[in-house]
Design a protein around this ligand. Structure first.
Ligand SMILES: [Zn+2]
Length: 418
């Protein structure tokens, strides 16, 4: 009998021809109203409404602030408590939400993260008819005083970098723009310097670059670098030097730029060192060898150096002179990829042991040290600043949308060859 009842509930719904014979509130189930219908052939069947207000159905929405303030990376947290009169979860959707500032993202059945969108101050999150207040603040920074940063290390950049503490392992996205080099050989002798076109996801090169970017990301992941590249733009372009690359990508909607396919004579790559990260000025470099070269040059472009004991072109970190540079023979034969060592396949990291990176046996050797080389930490320290070169999540005032963000002013700085 019970089985038949359930079948009726789920598979039969009344049509216009059917006649309602009787209805009433269920005695055993609060909120349930039952109906008895008769169809054109005189057959009777039962239907029910499990959310009948007249039979005692009710539901309650409560919003709670779990974390009152947030910023662009570290969200304010609101919990949604939406239950019926018997304490059962009620379904809800973000289509019924609004927020006066920030971007609200549902991350679970009853949790909403609200990230900053460049505007700060108090905000109101509304869901249905309920609303709750939160606050968006500036991101916290590591202050630099007399060239010593908040961690006690020397820092040769006046920029106070965004900082959430020594143990912060939040992964940050860097939007990568790649300039695929168009050769004179394939495109003719009178090829002008400039971007020739944007290659979209349908282009065969997109897939190739997507795979290459995945390789970058796994090298970073294994090295404990909390950055993941996202292939954002792929351009076909012609250029002769770093100046061309920098000029043609100023103000483009990416965080980092890599020119690929050519470099200076007898080099695998070349980079412009940036020690201060500004909106609309993506760090840039050129590379034409392996994925490790790509990451080596990108590393230079965000302030990493070869190291004081390198085979050639010795230098200490441009931002962090104590540890922001490569080193040779860290995990036995393995070298930091900023050095010229033959096995430059990872980023040194004082928080990891060699066997955690290479899944091989090592006699408890640390894969880096703050006194000599920790390029993973140097990258992690600049990761928020670089990710804000292009502020993809910031609120754009509709009235200002058509104005150019940055002028194409020439940039000066250090060039690093190879
Ligand atoms: Zn180099």
């Amino acid at each position: 009998m019970r089985i038949i009842f359930l079948l009726f509930v789920f598979y039969v719904s009344p049509t216009y021809a059917d006649t309602l014979i009787k209805s009433g509130c269920s005695k055993g189930y609060l909120g349930v109203k039952w109906f008895i219908y008769e169809d054109a052939d005189g057959n009777q069947y039962v239907d029910q409404d499990p959310r009948s207000w007249e039979c005692g159905f009710d539901r309650f929405l409560n919003l709670n602030v779990e974390k009152e303030s947030g910023d662009r990376f570290n969200p304010a947290i609101v919990t949604v408590d939406y239950k019926d009169m018997l304490g059962r979860n009620e379904p809800w959707g973000m289509v019924h939400h609004s927020t006066t500032v920030g971007k609200a993202v549902r991350v679970g059945r009853d949790t909403v993260y609200i990230f900053g969108d460049g505007r700060t101050g108090d905000g109101i999150f509304t869901l249905g008819r309920e609303e709750i207040q939160f606050r968006i603040e500036e991101e916290p920074v590591c202050e630099v005083d007399s060239r010593i940063d908040c961690e006690g290390y020397r820092q040769n950049s006046s920029q106070d970098l965004i900082y959430y503490g020594e143990d912060d392992d939040r992964v940050v996205t860097w939007e990568l723009g790649v300039l695929v080099y168009a050769t004179h050989y394939t495109h003719g002798d009178d090829l002008p310097v400039g971007i020739m076109g944007e290659l979209d996801e349908e282009h065969p090169l997109w897939d190739k670059w997507q795979k290459r970017v995945e390789q970058y990301n796994s090298i970073y992941e294994e090295s404990g670098v909390h950055i993941r590249y996202k292939l954002s733009k792929l351009w076909l372009a012609h250029y002769h030097n770093l100046y061309d690359v920098g000029t043609m990508t100023t103000g483009k909607p990416v965080d980092v730029v890599l020119g690929y396919g050519t470099s200076y004579v007898d080099t695998c790559g070349v980079a412009r060192v940036q020690t201060h990260f500004r909106e609309g000025k993506p760090p840039y470099s050129m590379s034409r060898c392996s994925v490790y070269t790509d990451l080596h040059e990108i590393g230079h472009s965000v302030g990493l150096a070869h190291g004081p004991e390198n085979q050639l072109w010795q230098a200490t970190g441009y931002i962090f002179p104590e540890f922001g540079h490569g080193w040779n023979d860290i995990c036995n034969g393995k070298d930091d990829l900023m050095s010229y060592g033959r096995e430059g396949v990872f980023h040194s990291n004082s928080k990891l042991y060699c066997d955690e990176i290479f899944r091989d046996w090592y006699p408890a050797i640390l894969a880096g040290g703050r006194e000599w080389s920790d390029t993973a930490h140097a990258l992690n320290r600049v990761r928020y600043g670089v990710s804000l070169v292009h502020k993809e999540n910031d609120y754009v005032d509709p009235d200002l949308r058509l104005r150019p963000i940055q002028s194409k002013a020439r940039r000066i700085g250090i060039e690093v060859i190879d």
